[in-house]
Design a binder for this molecule. Structure first.
Ligand SMILES: *[C@@H]1O[C@H](CO)[C@@H](O)[C@H](O)[C@H]1NC(C)=O
Ligand SMILES: *[C@@H]1O[C@H](CO)[C@@H](O)[C@H](O)[C@H]1NC(C)=O
Length: 210
């Protein structure tokens, strides 16, 4: 059995690192550690249709937080069948006045608005900004690794689904990157030109120290 898993492990690397896959799919086996290209595969003999279905996106998330937003992730960790396939989908609930704060991923994101009015935008590496108010049925692409944001500018809660071209897209939020850790306030002042009062205020909100 261990040999079998080892073979699957190797086939994962081969399949994910070459254009032509040698396996049809590779449902993640969390008994083994993840690797930079994903998790080892579960034995296909034990898989059923249920392993390829994720039912968690029909329920609104709890938006009672400082940003007024909830993201429900269907990514490899929550939906192991996505492992190695290079895509994921998540549900975005944005309360009235809520925002998805400025953030980036290593991959591109496509948003599909289902309900409400969402002001969405991204900023390219020449500091050019592209933003627009999206309504039901609109989709917008946020190209890989560029900073982007979404704001509910309507009078009702907004609902959208986002699809990213990674099973493990990650999420780096500028605000928490700056204010949720022990990066010293004087360093933050220098690298952002914010004043110490503002930096300390945001650190106290997001749990940062120093
Ligand atoms: C397959 O499922 C059986 C029964 O649940 C289990 O004993 C066995 O370890 C599983 N095999 C693999 C490779 O996961
Ligand atoms: C939503 O989250 C808030 C803050 O964590 C909590 O107080 C509240 O009970 C939650 N509401 C529901 C319906 O779970």
């Amino acid at each position: 059995m261990e040999i079998f898993k080892f073979v699957l492990y190797i086939s994962l690397f081969v399949s994910l690192s070459s254009a032509t896959s040698v396996v049809d799919f590779c449902v993640a086996d969390f008994n083994f550690p993840g690797t930079p290209v994903g998790f080892p595969c579960r034995n296909p003999i034990n898989l059923t249709a249920d392993d390829f279905v994720f039912s968690g996106l029909g329920v609104a998330g709890n938006t009672s937080n400082i940003f007024g937003v909830a993201v429900t992730f269907a990514i490899d960790l929550t939906f192991p069948a996505l492992n190695g396939l290079g895509l994921s989908m998540s549900r975005l609930d944005i309360g009235v006045g809520g925002v998805v704060p400025i953030h980036s991923h290593r991959v591109s994101e496509l948003i599909l608005v289902i309900e409400g009015e969402i002001l969405a935008g991204f900023i390219d590496s020449n500091d050019q900004v592209y933003y627009k108010t999206l309504t039901k049925g609109d989709i917008m692409i946020f190209p890989q690794s560029l900073l982007h944001f979404q704001i509910n500018v309507g009078k009702t809660p907004a609902l959208a689904f986002v699809s990213l071209n990674s099973a493990s897209p990650n999420f780096q939020t500028t605000t928490t990157s700056l204010f949720a850790n022990d990066l010293p306030t004087d360093v933050i002042e220098k690298i952002t030109l914010l004043d110490a009062t503002q930096a300390k205020k945001l650190k106290s909100i997001f749990g940062g120290t120093n």
